[in-house]
Ligand binder design. Structure first.
Ligand code: ATP
Length: 588
C-alpha cells in the first residue's frame, strides 16, 4: 500500500467508477506498452493464485494415501513437491516479469509526460492548474507504473481466495464459506485505509513539499553558498526540521489509524478463520480433510490479506491516474510555427491587467507602439508593471481590456504558436541549460538544420564568441556543473541566453533586463550589437540602468502600473521629471 504522504501533490478520494476506470486504464496502458509481458505476468499470477488450492488438494490426497504405503504416496508426494517448486519458480518469474514491465511502462509514461509538456505553449504551461498537474504527474509515474501489477494482484488474490474456498469445500462447506467471507473485513479495512490516507494526504504533502524545498536550499550550490556566507543555514535547517516534524506528526496519526484498522480487521478475520478451523475440525472427515482443511484455512488468511492490500493500492492509485489522464486530455496548441523574421509594427492600446485575487490592476491603460528598426525601453521602479506589460504584449496573461496589434492585425486572433513565432524573448529567469554550447544556443530556433557558422554568429552578436573559443571543446563543450561541464558566471550564462535570441531572429525582440548580470563594458558591447542589428527588428528592452537608455528611440516610464512619462532620453532626463527623480543617482 502507498505510504502516507510519501509523494507530493494532492490526490482526492474518488468513487467506484473512477477506481474501476483507473484499473482498466492501468491494464490498457500495460497492454499498449508491452502486451507480451502483460500476458506473461497475468498468466504467471493466475497460476500462482491457483497453487495454494492445488496444494490443499494434494495434501488431502497425500494424507489419504498415507496408510497405503510409500508406493501409493509417491504420486501425490510428487505432485505436492511439483506444486511447491512451481510456486517458487513461477513466483520469482512473476516478480521479475512484473518489475521489467513496470520499468518499461514508467519509461513510456515519462516520455509521454515530457512530450505533453513540450507540446504546451507558454500560456498553457504558466497556468497554475496545468503546472500543478505536471508536477504531480511527474512525481506519480513510478507509482502509476506499478498500477497494472496492483490490479493483477488484486484480481489474482481474489481468485486465490475463491479457489481455496472451492478446495476446502469438499471437507467443510462452512469452513470454505468462512474463508471467502474473510475477504470482507480485509477489503473493507484496506479500502477504508486508502480513502483515509487520501483525505489526509494533502495536508501531509504540503509539509513534505515544504521540507524538500528547504532541503534543496541547503544543498543547492547557489543558495547553500549564500546561506553559508551569511551563517544562517541553521535557520533554514530549523524551518526544515519543523516542516518535517509536522509532516511526521500527520504520518504518525495516519499510521496510528491504520494500526487501529488493522487490529480491528485482523481480529474479525481471526474470528472468522478460527470459526473455519473449528468447522474443519467438526466436519473435516478424517485426517486428510483435517490437514488439508487446516492448510487451506491458513493459506486463505494469506490470500485474503493480499487481496485487501492490493485493492488498497488500486484505490489509492485511482486519483493519480485521473490526474495523469486529465493532463493528457488538455488540448495542446498548434505545432510550433516557423519564426517570423519580419514585423513592421507593434501597437498596444490601453492594456490593463489585474492578477487573479488582486484588487488593484498591475497594469492600467498602457499604450505604446514601435515600428521596425526602433528600440523602445520600459523603465520604472520594482513592481511598477514592466514585466506585466511584457507578458501582455506576448499574450501570456489575460487582459482586463486593451488590444495588441501586430502589423495592423489583432494579435489575439493568432494562435499562441503564431504569436510567439513573432517574438524572441530573454526573461529575467532565463534558462541555464546544461547542454553543449551548440545545443544550448540552438534552442533559440525551431529549425533543426542550424549550421555552426550561425551558432558562432549568434555567440559573437551576444559577445560570447571569445569566451566559447577559449573553451576546450568549443561548441561541443558541456556547460554547467551537473554533467562535468564547465562552470559559467551569471553574466556568461546571460550571454548564452542572448545568443539564442540572436540566432532566433524573430521580428520582435523582447529583452527583460538582458544585461543585469553583465559587467559595464560588456553591457555596452551587447547594446551596441543590439543597435547594429536593430534595423530589421522591433526591440523592447526592460532596464534599470539609465545610461543604457540613451540610444533608445522611446522610453516609457511606468509607475504603479501606468505609463506616466514617454519620450527620448533627453526629454525624460530633463529636470523635474519623475524619470530624473528615479534615476537621480545614475544621472548625476
Ligand atoms: N503572478 C502574479 N500574481 C499577482 N501579482 C503579481 C504577479 N506578478 C506580478 N504581480 C504584481 O504586479 C505588480 C507589477 O509586477 P511586475 O513584475 O510587472 O513589476 P516589474 O516592474 O517588472 O518589477 P521588477 O522591476 O521588480 O521586475 C507588482 O505589484 C507585483 O506584485
Amino acid at each position: 500500500m502507498t505510504k502516507a504522504g510519501a509523494d507530493a501533490a494532492p490526490p482526492r478520494s474518488t468513487g467506484l467508477r473512477s477506481i474501476l476506470g483507473g484499473a482498466v486504464w492501468s491494464l490498457c496502458e500495460a497492454a499498449r506498452s508491452n502486451p507480451r509481458w502483460l500476458a506473461l505476468s497475468l498468466l504467471a499470477s493466475l497460476l500462482l493464485a491457483l497453487v495454494p488450492a492445488g496444494q490443499v488438494r494434494a495434501v488431502a490426497w497425500l494424507v489419504g494415501t498415507a496408510d497405503d504405503g510409500v508406493r501409493a504416496a509417491a504420486l501425490p508426494l510428487l505432485v505436492l513437491t511439483a506444486l511447491v517448486g512451481a510456486g517458487l519458480v513461477v513466483g520469482s518469474a512473476e516478480n521479475l516479469v512484473g518489475q521489467r514491465a513496470s520499468v518499461r511502462l514508467m519509461h513510456g509514461m515519462n516520455d509521454r509526460l515530457a512530450r505533453t509538456a513540450a507540446a504546451m505553449d507558454a500560456r498553457q504551461i504558466t497556468d497554475p492548474r496545468t503546472h500543478a498537474l505536471l508536477e504531480g504527474s511527474r512525481e506519480s509515474t513510478f507509482l502509476l507504473s506499478r498500477g497494472p501489477g496492483g490490479v493483477i494482484n488484486a484480481v489474482c488474490s481474489l481468485v486465490a481466495a475463491v479457489a481455496l474456498g472451492a478446495a476446502i469445500w469438499p471437507f467443510s462447506p462452512l469452513a470454505a464459506g468462512l474463508v471467502v467471507l474473510a475477504l470482507v473485513p480485509n477489503l473493507v479495512n484496506f479500502a477504508w485505509a486508502a480513502g483515509m490516507q487520501d483525505a489526509r494526504f494533502e495536508e501531509g504533502a504540503t509539509h513534505g513539499a515544504r521540507f524538500r524545498y528547504l532541503l534543496d536550499q541547503l544543498v543547492g550550490a547557489r543558495t547553500a553558498t549564500e546561506l553559508a556566507t551569511l551563517g544562517t543555514a541553521t535557520k533554514v535547517a530549523d524551518d526544515a526540521g519543523a516542516a518535517h516534524a509536522r509532516f511526521s506528526r500527520i504520518n504518525d496519526q495516519i499510521y496510528a489509524a491504520l494500526l487501529r484498522g488493522d487490529i480491528i480487521g485482523g481480529a474479525v478475520t481471526a474470528v472468522l478463520l478460527g470459526g473455519a478451523l473449528l468447522a474443519v475440525l467438526a466436519e473435516g472427515g478424517g485426517a486428510a480433510g483435517l490437514s488439508a482443511g487446516v492448510l487451506g484455512v491458513i493459506a486463505g488468511l494469506q490470500s485474503t490479506r493480499s487481496a485487501g492490500y492490493a485493492l488498497g493500492d488500486v484505490i489509492s492509485l485511482a486519483p493519480r491516474i485521473a490526474r495523469f489522464r486529465e493532463l493528457e486530455e488538455i488540448p495542446t496548441g498548434a505545432p510550433q510555427q516557423d519564426v517570423v523574421a519580419e514585423v513592421r509594427r507593434l501597437e498596444a492600446t490601453s492594456l490593463s491587467v489585474t492578477y487573479p485575487g488582486q484588487e488593484r490592476p498591475a497594469l492600467q491603460d498602457a499604450t505604446l507602439h514601435a515600428t521596425a528598426g526602433e528600440t523602445i525601453a520600459l523603465v520604472g521602479i520594482n513592481g511598477a508593471g514592466k514585466t506585466t506589460l511584457v507578458s501582455a504584449l506576448l499574450g501570456v496573461i489575460d487582459l482586463d481590456h486593451g488590444t495588441v496589434e501586430i502589423d495592423g492585425s489583432d494579435a489575439s486572433a493568432l494562435t499562441a504558436a503564431q504569436r510567439f513565432s513573432r517574438f524572441s524573448l530573454v526573461t529575467q529567469e532565463f534558462g541555464r541549460y546544461e547542454m553543449t554550447v551548440r545545443d544550448a544556443v540552438a534552442l533559440g530556433s525551431t529549425r533543426t538544420d542550424i549550421a555552426d557558422e550561425e551558432i558562432w554568429a549568434a555567440l559573437d552578436a551576444a559577445r560570447a564568441g571569445e569566451l566559447v573559443r577559449r573553451l576546450p571543446g568549443g561548441l561541443d563543450t558541456m556547460l554547467g556543473p551537473q554533467f562535468d561541464g564547465v562552470g559559467l558566471s551569471g553574466g556568461q550564462w546571460q550571454r548564452i541566453a542572448l545568443a539564442r535570441i540572436h540566432l532566433r531572429g524573430a521580428g520582435i525582440r523582447v529583452l527583460d533586463e538582458p544585461t543585469s548580470a553583465i559587467d559595464a563594458e560588456a553591457e555596452q558591447e551587447v547594446f551596441a550589437q543590439l543597435r547594429e542589428t536593430a534595423a530589421g527588428h522591433i526591440t523592447v528592452v526592460v532596464s534599470h540602468r539609465a545610461w543604457t537608455l540613451r540610444g533608445m528611440d522611446r522610453i516609457h516610464l511606468l509607475d504603479e502600473g501606468r505609463i506616466v512619462e514617454s519620450g527620448d532620453f533627453e526629454e525624460l532626463a530633463a529636470p523635474g521629471t519623475r524619470f530624473s527623480e528615479i534615476f537621480a543617482q545614475q544621472l548625476s
